[in-house]
Ligand binder design. Structure first.
Ligand code: GYE
Length: 328
């Protein structure tokens, strides 16, 4: 009896210390602390749901809500940064405990991030980031959970250099203008290609990360640049759209045009197996479990690294068939 009494007293002192620790770490950074409790009201304002990547990410948050004891408040901004800002504001008004925000674009979401902080809500950016010259991890929000997009672009470029002989005439399909993955995937790829004289980027235009726009933009660019022999798409959906446009125009993707891209969707892995696509560098949408883990560490008083980096695999003909069953 006595022993267990002493033990529980010690345990509660330890818990108290841990809580005090949480407050100290958070306030030293000027960030709102997160109380330790059994259930949390968690906000997830999704930006759009027009592609398998977004749908898989939203599902990952819903699945995690059960295992991590969240009451999830999820919205869909239908491709509008302004609507996403309004969704965050409404979540703040509803009194969420914590916010997991995938900012559609780098700049427009910053005021919402700052308002969440002001309202005492710890915010984690997931899958996309905001302009680091304006809002900073560890000060304005806790942390960014996501991939290294510059490195993804670089890895696609390096794979392309190793797998395409002779002159490369490249069409680049960019993601959503002003989004961090579009900016960084372009930089990573273009910087590597700039060092190789045999590689020329003929045109680079946005397809907004969307399959149908990717197809339409490819159709137009193909007329202006019929000599294209490489397409670099910033995501798999646009790569699939480009394949459709090329086939419509009588070209043979995989034979006369090399298609390279990023994400690792089921359709892209299938296109690799079918010989239409060369490579896709992974960018995983399964953020729910990571969000649960990082939030737990933050509530326990741990200082969270400003960037919780996700490691990405690479899918080619060597391994696409091994991974297609787990793809989305
Ligand atoms: O590559 C794309 C999605 O932000 C990392 O957004 C994400 C990107 C992903 O719509 O397919």
């Amino acid at each position: 009896m006595k022993l267990s009494g002493t033990f529980s007293a010690m345990a509660s002192i330890a818990a108290g210390l841990a809580l005090a620790g949480a407050a100290t770490v958070a306030s030293a950074q000027g960030l709102p602390p997160l109380e330790q409790k059994d259930r949390y009201k968690v906000g997830f304002p999704q930006m759009e749901s027009n592609n398998p990547w977004r749908i898989a990410e939203t599902k990952s948050f819903h699945d995690t809500a059960e295992s991590c004891n969240w009451d999830l408040v999820a919205t869909d901004a239908a491709g509008s940064a302004a609507k996403q800002v309004a969704d965050v504001d409404s979540m703040i008004a509803q009194g969420i405990d914590v916010l997991f925000l995938p900012p559609r674009e780098e700049k427009p979401l910053i005021p919402a991030v700052l308002r969440a902080k002001q309202a005492g809500i710890p915010t984690f950016l997931v899958d996309r980031s905001v302009d680091p010259n304006v809002a900073v991890a560890g000060r304005d929000y806790v942390s960014f959970l996501g991939s290294d997009f510059i490195d993804q672009g670089r890895r696609v470029a390096e794979w392309t250099l190793a797998n395409h002989e002779g002159e490369g005439r490249i069409i680049e399909l960019e993601g959503t203008t002003g989004s961090s993955p579009a900016n960084d995937r372009k930089k990573g790829f273009d910087d590597v290609m700039a060092e190789h004289d045999r590689m020329t980027i003929l045109a680079s235009q946005t397809g907004d990360f969307a399959r149908d726009l990717g197809r339409q933009v490819m159709e137009t660019l193909l007329q202006a640049h019929p000599d294209v022999n490489i397409v670099y798409a910033h995501n798999d959906e646009m790569a699939i759209g480009a394949i459709q446009a090329l086939e419509q125009a009588g070209r043979t993707p995989g034979e006369d045009v090399l298609i390279v891209s990023i994400d690792g969707t089921r359709d892209a892995l299938q296109a690799i197996i079918d010989g239409k696509m060369g490579v896709t560098v992974e960018s995983s949408p399964f953020f729910g479990p990571l969000a649960c883990e990082v939030m737990g560490r933050y509530a326990a008083g741990e200082e969270i690294e400003p960037w919780v980096k996700v490691e990405d695999r690479i899918f080619t003909l060597d391994n696409a068939a091994d991974h297609i069953d787990e793809a989305y």
